[in-house]
Write a protein that binds this ligand. Structure first.
Ligand code: FES
Length: 108
């Protein structure tokens, strides 16, 4: 499957998120405790992007992913909505690889 470079890993800080608007769609990455997670930037509630401000995908504590529209909260590790109007739904994970310190989206 084709791979597309999203960014250098150095551009991602642990405990923070970064959004990508790419020809393959909108995505965001989160690093937590050294693990990288990549999701499609689509809230399961209304199908809209999660952020109102650039790269703002997390709650104030940086513990959960938060949708800016209606406040839905999602687990960083699984994407499961833990609270809010889409509780029980899940963000869609995106496939990725890390090559030569670059975050690569894997998408057809
Ligand atoms: S659009 Fe995300 S919680 Fe409503």
């Amino acid at each position: 499957m084709p791979e597309y470079k999203l960014c250098e890993l150095d551009e991602l800080q642990d405990g923070e998120a970064k959004g990508f608007y790419h020809e393959k769609g909108a995505f965001f990455a989160v690093i937590k405790d050294g693990e990288v997670y990549l999701y499609r930037n689509i809230c399961p509630h209304l199908g809209t992007p999660l952020e109102w401000q650039e790269d703002q995908f997390l709650d104030p504590d940086g513990a959960l992913i938060q949708c800016a529209s209606h406040g839905a909260l999602f687990a960083i590790e699984t994407g499961e909505c833990l609270a809010g109007p889409c509780a029980g739904d899940t963000l869609v994970k995106a496939e990725f690889k890390i090559n030569d310190n670059a975050l690569m989206l894997v998408a057809s």
